[in-house]
Design a protein around this ligand. Structure first.
Ligand SMILES: [Zn+2]
Length: 403
């Protein structure tokens, strides 16, 4: 076992021979499971403390982490409404998470009338047990001698209305998303490291330079482009996944990130296209099952149409004695001529047919069928009784199973 730490080039500070570390491409607190081992220890800390934190701790993310029950580094689910709030009647309260609901909890309020030597205490009814100790504390602090308890009233605050204001920094979110785009692009396309834009992005990330974010084109209007490119092979109705796409569009390399249904942004990664990106690349991070997938579009297409079924029709009726057809060892039907001599496998015959003999149906209910009209002279050999049957047509139905 090799226990010496892995050394190499860091894609953030661009130094050689540095000790590399385990960097989460999408922050772990957002359900990220994809790793990148091309960031040095120091840069990993910088990214965690300055770049990731703005995205992870954004009120929007905290609310999403809460609703999705995603634990953070401290292994706790964040309360997106931490803090003290004042309702429209001036009552101070905090919001507590009880059985998945936000319940207001009145913060004890003490009013002292020093001249009259009296005071009043208002507490949440759930804090009643603490009433005596609160009264004693207030009395002690104010130098009062308790002569006896005054009146006690239990009131009810009906429908308290709290207005909550959150500061949301779009730049902090953008910085976090830019890092995800950058690391994913280098993971997929190692030569991207030398791209002029890659140098700019790595230095923006390294310095967490919010004032330089304008040097990278980022826009949120690209979702339809990416969705339509991948919609036939990816099931976008599943909500438990983050996506990072890479696609060449109009001679530029664009990364598109979608986290939950919350953040979606396109980033121009390069002013040139990358042939190695093929028809498109995607990193899928399933935050529920904690799994990641990296696919080329070609792989997704192959996965999607992997299942096919054959329909055979003949120019004459098939005797009931025919239970199957002679095939090769790998179960491909063999085509024979009228004299019973083998010609080829059925797949090869279908491929050789002219376009006029081929028709396709549109995709309906996740399947499409290709219909082949077979010219005269081609037979399949029925088993077990060896009967030659003249082929009339073959239909191949492909079942599309979106990933
Ligand atoms: Zn570094």
């Amino acid at each position: 076992m090799n226990l010496t730490p892995h050394t190499g080039r860091c894609i953030i500070c661009r130094q050689d021979n540095v000790v590399l570390s385990d960097e989460h491409i999408i922050p772990k607190s957002l359900g990220g499971v994809s790793h990148c081992y091309q960031v040095c220890k120091d840069c990993n800390s910088i990214l965690g403390d300055h770049v990731d934190v703005g995205l992870v701790e954004s009120p929007l993310s905290r609310l999403e982490r809460y609703t999705k029950k995603l634990k953070g580094q401290s292994n706790t689910i964040p309360n997106p409404f931490d803090g003290t709030y004042t309702d429209d009647k001036g009552n101070k309260m905090r919001l507590e998470l009880i059985d998945g609901k936000f319940v207001p909890h009145l913060i004890p309020e003490v009013n002292v009338d020093a001249a009259a030597g009296t005071f009043s205490v208002a507490i949440d009814v759930r804090d009643q047990k603490q009433l005596d100790s609160i009264i004693n504390k207030v009395a002690k602090r104010n130098g009062f001698k308790l002569k006896g308890r005054g009146q006690q009233q239990i009131g009810k605050i009906d429908n308290p209305s709290i207005s909550i204001e959150h500061q949301i920094s779009l730049n902090e979110i953008k910085m976090g998303l830019l890092k995800i785009a950058y690391e994913t692009t280098i993971e997929f396309l190692p030569t991207y490291y030398d791209d002029p834009k890659a140098e700019i992005i790595s230095s923006i990330l390294h310095d967490c330079a919010f004032d330089r974010l304008g040097e990278v084109q980022m826009s949120d209007g690209f979702y339809d482009v990416f969705k339509s490119a991948f919609a036939s092979v990816i099931d976008f109705s599943k909500e438990n996944r983050h996506f990072v796409f890479l696609l060449n569009i109009d001679g530029r390399l664009i990364s598109y990130i979608k986290l939950f249904n919350l953040y979606s942004i396109a980033v121009e990664m390069s002013e040139k296209s990358y042939p190695d990106a093929g028809l498109g690349l995607v990193l899928i991070n399933d935050w529920e099952e904690k799994k990641e997938y990296r696919f080329t579009m070609e792989e997704l297409v192959a996965l999607a149409v992997a299942q096919t079924s054959l329909g055979l029709s003949f120019k004459e009726s098939v005797p009931s004695s025919v239970q199957g057809f002679y095939s090769t060892l790998d179960k491909k039907n063999i085509v024979f001529d009228a004299a019973g001599r083998p010609l080829c496998v059925l797949d090869d015959l279908l491929i050789s047919l002219p376009d006029a003999n081929v028709s396709e149906t549109a995709v309906i209910d996740n399947e499409f069928t290709t219909q082949y009209t077979i010219p005269s002279g081609y037979y399949l050999l029925g088993a077990p009784s060896k009967i030659l049957l003249p082929l009339a047509a073959v239909s191949v139905t492909s079942h599309i199973k979106k990933f």
